[in-house]
Write a protein that binds this ligand. Structure first.
Ligand SMILES: [Zn+2]
Length: 340
């Protein structure tokens, strides 16, 4: 009888300690865990529960991604293992997007929120920062994973240090893919092997994409490598793939294009004999059409070379409904308009 009591007490104590350990670790990162040099929440949980293996989650990891580019990359790395909510569909401008009630409840239900940051989602930034500061949700501005030395300047004096259009340089997007992988591994360590294998596959495809763009770009004569667009989304593209860029509007679309902006760009097009300009899916084609008319008023012609994807991806089934598809569409369209 006495032995039985001892056993009951011992088991109760073990259950209690395990429960306390679990609770203590479910929130913030713990101290050194020994086995790995990288410390994550999950590893800390693993150490107090089932030895070196992390316990599987009871429900799928609930991830919210803002832009299509982030969502698609997360889908490639997370696969069917995660539940993914994509906030900004085709044609939606992230610079001016305001959260709906549905978005707010998606944020509240999320385990992980991934957003571009660097002031791309200007109207969402504050609410996302608050969620990140407050509770258990892991909130990651993926753009901030890139070394600042690799980022292009925007308007530091206005509190906007860096150009947020980082996906337009595939090499920077590889860094973002690594950050997304690390975030999923931290949040759901039981599936770490899967996320890591998927990320390795996907990054291989991104490396091929980068080479493809470089090779296609060679079909455009040096002096015709000029991208004229409605807003200044292609700074990283220009730097990575050797184009000059000119745009009616600045890096954000938060303020309207003025007649003076349109006239200035028309003058640039005329002076440089630019053969074609490009429409963006997130911006009214009227901006570029106005430039075309202003060029015509000076007795010259400039074509609209097609539609390219700047800040949002394409409709489902368009072929540009993935990050890789969008980037391939863009270089193919640019080569079609400016190449020989
Ligand atoms: Zn933009």
């Amino acid at each position: 009888m006495r032995k039985l009591y001892v056993w009951i007490i011992a088991i109760t104590l073990m259950v209690f300690l395990a429960a306390c350990g679990g609770q203590a670790n479910s929130g913030e990162t713990e101290g050194e865990t020994g086995a790995n040099s990288e410390i994550t929440e999950g590893e800390a949980i693993a150490d107090t529960s089932v030895g070196s293996e992390a316990a599987p989650r009871e429900t799928p990891l609930n991830v919210v991604a803002t832009t299509g580019q982030i969502a698609d990359t997360t889908r490639n790395i997370g696969g069917d293992t995660i539940e993914l909510v994509e906030l900004l569909g085709p044609g939606i401008d992230p610079h001016t997007y305001v959260a709906t009630e549905g978005d707010i409840s998606a944020f509240q239900n999320a385990d992980v929120i991934l957003y571009n940051g660097l002031h791309l989602e200007a109207q969402l930034e504050r609410v996302l920062e608050q969620i990140g500061d407050g509770g258990d949700t892991i909130v990651v501005p993926v753009g901030e994973s890139i070394d600042e030395l690799s980022l292009l300047n925007w308007e530091p004096e206005a509190g906007l240090p860096f150009d947020p259009h980082i996906w337009n340089d595939v090499r920077l997007w590889i860094e973002v893919s690594n950050a997304i992988r690390d975030t999923l591994v931290d949040a759901d360590p039981a599936n770490a092997d899967l996320y890591e294998a998927n990320a390795t596959d996907y990054i291989q495809q991104l490396e091929e994409l980068h080479e493809y763009i470089l090779a296609e770009r060679e079909k455009i004569p040096q002096e015709q490598r000029v991208l004229v667009t409605a807003h200044d989304a292609f700074g990283y593209y220009a730097r990575a793939y050797g184009f000059a860029v000119e745009a009616v509007q600045g890096i954000s679309t938060e303020s309207e294009a003025s007649t003076a902006d349109i006239q200035t760009l028309a003058d640039i097009v005329v002076e440089n004999g630019v053969p074609a300009m490009f429409i963006e899916t997130t911006i009214s084609p009227r901006t570029i059409e106005a430039v075309q008319e202003a060029v015509r008023a000076q007795g010259q012609e400039v074509e609209v070379g097609g539609t390219i994807y700047s800040d949002a991806m394409g409709e489902p089934g368009s072929g540009a409904d993935t990050y890789i598809g969008m980037m391939r569409h863009n270089i193919d369209t640019i080569v079609g308009a400016l190449g020989e």
